[in-house]
Each structure stands twice: as structure tokens, then as C-alpha cells.
Design a binder for this molecule. Sequence first.
Ligand code: PLP
Length: 333
Amino acid sequence: MLNLSDIYAARQRMSGVAVATPLVASALSGPAGEEILLKLEILQPTGAFKLRGAANAVAAHVAAACESGVVSVSTGNHGRAVAYAARRLGIRAVICLSNLVPEGKAAAIAELGAEVRRIGRSQDEAQREADRLIADEGMIGISPFDDPLVVAGQGTIGLELLEARPDLACIVIPLSGGGLAAGVALAAKSIRPDIRIVGVSMDRGAAMHDSIRAGHPVEVEEVPSLADSLGGGIGLDNRLTFALCRALIDDIVLVSEQEIYDGMRALYARDRLVAEGASAVGHAALLAGKLDLGSPAAFLITGRNVDMGQFSAVIAGERLSFGNVQVGGGGHA
Ligand SMILES: *Cc1c(COP(=O)(O)O)cnc(C)c1O
């Protein structure tokens, strides 16, 4: 089973590709001195934390991957990270994307020299194409979350957080497949068992939340969302992140599309950060009064790869539709 030494090994392997990121004060820090800190993973060279896990996994598999290449399924940021890490080592990468992944994210992956395949309307459909390439062409599959090397890579954030602030009371983590939360929680609780870990997911298709409540991995319907990076299931045959998240996350909070919209606006207006919806779920939950934080608390600002047209519309307060849900307009400030 994965442990702290795997996370230190990941830090060695990913260095020179992924960077250590700053932890800065948020404007949302409380008037009575409650500190909220932001971990700026938006400063990774690919714009999201996923470079940590991808760099670790690609480097660990380098010998086999040079022969046969690597293949990944992605909501966008993992694919970009794998493409980036593979290119640095001269390895072929194929990235399978569902048609829900925004075009800007697909284009960025292609620009890094990876081969992009668009398949179906869900992560599961894209996964079937990746499984085929692994079986038929012997490519090395790198899961966006359910892989020990990926979890260990994401866990390096936990090391950095506690090195910067050994007194941290709480970490607020955007939650989808759970590779990020599992890795960070494993690192942080190995060092400081009393630290509180809060996951935040969107309320439509909260796969890890629903799975933990059911006691086993369950399928969720995948719908368009402002937090597009949080889409997709955890895999019915989940090997690693379900058990780790169930054991290590203290609380999971769900936020609505309107709350994510308001969170993105606060992240920009108050903290002056350009970030995608998935990065704003902590702000969303805080503004909605859904978080019970200790101080200091760290929010992971996970990615900046937002479609600029969508971002401008959110900041301008325009009305947007996601499936049958409408957000914005109507005087929301
Ligand atoms: C992938 C991703 C997440 C969620 O990470 P998981 O390991 O799937 O839980 C959060 N934010 C961004 C920007 C992401 O790309």
C-alpha cells in the first residue's frame, strides 16, 4: 500500500518538470484573524496540479514507455500534463477525450505534440478507447487518478503545505476521482494525523461522495458543468482512491452551479486570480456558508485552464446554461 516514502520518491522524480508552488493569503481571510491560504497550483507549467502525478508516472515508466508510448483519458488537465511530461522525455502520448471536454483544452494537448482522440459523451466511453490501446498496442496507461504513482505525485502538495505551515488546521480540496484528495490527505495525515481534510464536489454527478455514501463505487450521470475538470466517475473497479478517500477525508461538501459561478467571481474579484470552475469550489462552499474551517485553512487552487469566453461571461455576470441548469443574470453580484 502507498505510504509517505512513495510521496517523497515522487517529489524526486517530478522535480525539474512540476514546480513547488507558493501558499499565499486569501482576501477571504476572516476579520477576527482566521487565516485562509491559497495554494497556487495554477502556476504549474501546464496550468494545473495534474503535472505532479503525470510527471511522476511518466518518469517511473520511462523505459517501457519509450517503446510503446503512453495513453490517458482526461477531462483536459491530466491529458495536458501527460503530453507535457511525455514530450520532455521524447515519448509518444495518445490522449482520449470525451466530447464534453472544452475545445481549448483539446487544442492545448495537441499543441504539446500528443495525439488527441475524441470519443463519446463521457469519461467511461473515452476510457474504453484507452483500454483498447493498452490491450492491442501495449501502450502504458496512466489513469488521471486511480494509479499509485499519480496519487503519490499529487501528494507532494501535502508535503509542501505542511513544510510551509506546520500549524495548518484544515485543507479544502476540489474532489473528483480523488487522486488529489487521496494523495494530499495521505501526506498530510501521515505527518499531522489531526489535520482536517474537506473535499468539495459539484452537486450534479458527485461520484466520490455518492460512492462513499453507498459504500462502494457507483456510476453517476455526467453533465456539463462550470467545474468541467471535476466531471466523470471514479470507475466501478476503482483500486485505490475510493478506499483512501473513504478512510482519510473527514467531510465532503457539495456546491451548486450557481455557487461555483459565485465562487469564480469571488476568486477573481477578491483574490484577483484567473482560474477554472473546479478551482473555485472552495470559495463557492465558503461563501455559501457550507464550510466549517479551522485556522489556518489552505484551499487548493487547482487549475487555470478555463475557456476565456466562458470566464469573461462569468465575470460580466452573464447568464449561462449547463444542461437544464441556468446560472448568473438576474442581479447576482
Ligand atoms: C483533476 C482536477 C481536480 C480533481 O482531482 P481528482 O484527483 O480527480 O479528484 C480538481 N481541479 C482540477 C483543476 C483538476 O484538473
